[in-house]
Design a protein around this ligand. Structure first.
Ligand code: PEP
Ligand code: MN
Length: 337
């Protein structure tokens, strides 16, 4: 349930409420608004204590959150969550662009791609150092060496780093380098991993699984948020359908649906979503029109030689052109880039 508290109450009164919640064995989740503060008291049978809290000073009203995803829901927090990373806001009016190769390959190539995407207007650099490949014989990523190359590219361009963590053991090392920690589609229901990234103090980019519903995606976000990390960015990246002329089916429906159910930012990955380089720009533009707060796009200076996902990686000139087109589109829909 949620307690709606008037901000006019004293700090002592507020602390009394919070301490009571803790005393009863619940974790308070606090969301501060301008006039009211909403405190989530989530857990089994929280409603048993409704009367007790109703009588406490400063509690204006108490209501149940109907949805199973409590903290991720708009019922808990009405206004959009805006995540600020190195002066860039995700979830505000800005459309945020994350671009780079699927995997970090060499120091030279990641630096070259970082410079390119930066000059075209990207806000973050993507690149996997730990790669979840379908085949154990495919390139698995450079590991920490790859993270060091990302750091080098960051030092040169100033771009923040988005990179995937595949297992709990990798978390401490990834935290040394990443500005945003990515959870890949294949780990969307690795609940132990989700709980661990719920304890870190960096934003998490959570990719929808190829066979997860929107509700399941939001439940996975809830796992992270339930541990205290509220900075979750949701990512639509295509789902598996009977259609086999594209790599996946990019579910554009999910964008307005998630935005109505949740206050969390939603970004789209058209690269994996369609899997065909020449169609990525179209789906990228469609995603922004459908309300995406950002895009994550694979770009490579030599995609023919890429060690993973070359067929869906944009050529430099395609990315530059897409950025120019996006600038016009955001203008029409009243956003910035
Ligand atoms: C990726 O971003 O390169 C990736 C592996 O994505 P996904 O987890 O969506 O397949
Ligand atoms: Mn990829």
């Amino acid at each position: 349930m949620i307690l709606v508290i008037n901000n006019k109450i004293s700090e002592e009164q507020f602390n009394n409420i919070i301490n009571k919640i803790k005393e009863l064995g619940f974790k308070p989740h606090i969301s501060r608004g301008v006039k009211k503060t909403v405190v989530g008291m989530i857990g089994e049978q929280a409603e048993r204590y409704e009367e007790l809290f109703e009588s406490m000073e400063g509690v204006e009203h108490i209501s149940e959150i109907e949805k199973p995803f409590k903290l991720a829901s708009r019922e808990f927090k009405e206004e959009n969550t805006v995540i600020k990373i190195n002066n860039i806001e995700i979830g505000s009016n800005n459309v945020v662009i994350i671009a780079g190769p699927c995997a970090v390959e060499t120091k030279e190539s990641i630096v070259e791609i970082a410079k390119l995407v930066k000059s075209a207007g990207a806000h973050f650099l993507r690149g996997g150092a730990y790669k979840p490949r379908t085949s154990p014989y495919s390139f698995q990523g450079l590991g920490e060496e790859g993270l060091k190359y990302l750091q080098e590219a960051k030092n040169i361009t100033g771009l923040g780093i988005v990179t995937e963590v595949m297992s709990m053991e990798q978390i401490p090392i990834i935290l040394n380098y990443a500005d945003i920690v990515q959870i890949g589609a294949r780990n969307i229901q690795n609940f132990d991993l989700l709980k661990e990234v719920g304890k870190i103090n960096k934003p998490v980019l959570l990719k929808r699984g190829m066979a997860t519903t929107v509700k399941e995606l939001l439940m996975s976000a809830e796992y992270i948020m339930s541990q205290g990390n509220y900075n979750v960015i949701l990512c639509e990246r295509g789902i598996r359908t009977f259609e086999d002329s594209t790599r996946f089916t990019l579910d554009l429906n999910a964008i307005p649906v998630i935005k109505s159910l949740s206050h969390l930012p939603v970004i789209v990955d058209p690269s994996h979503g369609i899997g065909i380089r020449n169609h990525v720009p179209t789906m990228a533009k469609a995603s922004v029109v459908a309300g995406a707060d950002g895009l994550i796009i694979e770009v490579h200076t030599n995609p023919e030689k890429a060690l993973s996902d070359g067929a869906q990686s944009l050529l430099p000139e395609q990315f530059i052109k897409l950025m120019q087109e996006l600038r016009k589109i955001v203008n029409v829909i009243g956003r910035d880039i």
